[in-house]
Design a binder for this molecule. Structure first.
Ligand code: GAL
Length: 424
């Protein structure tokens, strides 16, 4: 990845110089910006439209370049090829470690001036500002904080069973059995590798606890991957998959949410973008579904933070790009966008009582200094694209090969997860 990004960088730099004159002319006329992202489900689309509306009020026209595919697998590849072709978008949904890769070769516009003007230092959560700060520069505009350790449950089905949502794995197993007796699939499941990795990291945080999770995922101590807590998470992962019923399939994440909405599934472990999706379809978090922390992760916040990066572009839209950063981080856009997206504002100065119950719990947990905030591996918060993909593949192999032993997967993960070369 790094090598090809460097090739992109050299190419683009030459290209940028050559087009300098053209760009100067373009700058005067253009307020329309090309935005590459992967938000194509109902809620994602609406959330992006909401941002576009907010920007339109500020005189910026959002030209959409959405690339479908949950978790952004395809979008990241398209971005790379567009940069190589000398046609980078003006704005891209770049998140976590992918940001720093691009920043290293100077393809990301620093936003220090906006950050200072808009007082991001005091307005944003320190974890958020830290994530978008690299080598002293602010390199992205944060949009929202997703909570991965979310268990969504169908309120109608749980009411029919006379059960409260599970707070422990023992309660979860009782609920699963009762749902099965009702003829309902207890837990939504997909064999799509990024979705497997999303469930796994939640189980890992719950089994290992925040300190060991940091060791495994942030400090990436290879030896720690042989710890029995990792084995326990792998065993539970397999157990959860058996609840899928017939042979599990690779389904897009919205299908699991659809089953939850239609009473075909009792529970779903997914980032809270699934909550946004259910709400976009008209479901209510007080009437139709609810969310609790995944058992074992109470008081912990496994986060993935969506961010927009402004790319250095031959079209030279710097002033407009800075305006975008200012608008999307502003309080009005933050509330409007996150309400639809399912995530929570990155700001600490909002009123949490204006959020729905799931969001309030997420925001308050994230804001609480004594909570454990854990970066998501599956969503690029802790390791680069290659490591993330290799982890997801190793987990997929483990699950789809019934003969594969947890220890073998632990060894594989220990090899994949190398210590970061360069600490921030
Ligand atoms: C995540 C992203 C979310 C959501 C999800 C499903 O990586 O942070 O915003 O879109 O993928 O596509």
């Amino acid at each position: 990845m790094k090598a090809s990004i460097h090739a992109c960088g050299r190419f683009l730099l030459g290209f940028t110089l050559a087009l300098g004159a053209v760009a100067a002319h373009a700058q005067a006329a253009a307020t329309s910006v090309d935005v590459l992202h992967w938000w194509t489900s109902s809620s994602e689309r609406r959330a992006a439209d909401q941002l576009a509306n907010q920007l339109a009020l500020a005189g910026v026209q959002w030209k959409d370049a959405a690339i479908p595919g949950g978790g952004g697998m395809a979008a990241v590849k398209v971005l790379k090829s567009r940069v190589l072709m000398g046609d980078p978008p003006d704005v891209a949904q770049l998140i976590g470690t992918t940001l720093t890769d691009w920043a290293d070769i100077k393809l990301v516009l620093p936003l220090n001036a906006v950050a200072q003007r808009q007082r991001w230092q005091s307005a944003l959560f320190p974890t958020v500002l830290d994530l978008v700060t690299y080598k002293g520069d602010v390199i992205a505009a944060p949009l929202g904080i997703h909570r991965i350790n979310t268990l969504l449950y169908n309120r109608r089905l749980f009411a029919r069973l006379g059960m409260a949502p599970p707070r422990s794995w023992a309660q979860f197993e009782v609920a699963a059995q009762k749902l099965q007796q009702l003829g309902v699939r207890p837990l939504a499941w997909s064999d799509e590798p990024w979705q497997i990795a999303t469930v796994f990291e939640t189980l890992l945080l719950g089994e290992a606890g925040p300190a060991l999770y940091q060791d495994l995922v942030v400090r990436r101590h290879a030896a720690a991957w042989m710890d029995p807590h990792v084995e326990r998470a792998l065993v539970r992962l397999r157990l959860l998959r058996t609840l899928a019923g017939e042979v599990p399939q690779e389904r897009v994440w919205t299908e699991g949410a659809r089953d939850l909405m239609n009473d075909a599934t009792g529970m779903m472990i997914m980032g809270d973008w699934a909550k946004g999706e259910l709400m976009a379809w008209g479901a209510s978090p007080t009437r139709d579904f609810g969310c609790v922390e995944v058992p074992g992760t109470g008081g912990m916040h496994l986060y993935s933070i969506d961010t927009l990066a402004m790319l250095v572009s031959p079209r030279q839209h710097e002033a407009v790009q800075e305006k975008i950063a200012e608008v999307v981080v502003g309080p009005a856009a933050q509330l409007a966008y996150n309400r639809i997206k399912g995530s929570v504002p990155v700001r600490r100065d909002i009123d949490p009582s204006s959020l729905d119950g799931c969001a309030r719990q997420s925001w308050e947990t994230f804001a609480n200094p004594s909570s454990a905030r854990a970066p998501s591996l599956a969503h690029r918060m802790a390791a680069d694209e290659n490591i993330k993909d290799a982890v997801a593949q190793a987990l997929w192999r483990y699950l789809t090969d019934a003969k594969s032993e947890p220890q073998e997967t632990q060894r594989r993960l220990a090899t994949i997860i190398r210590t970061p070369v360069m600490e921030r």
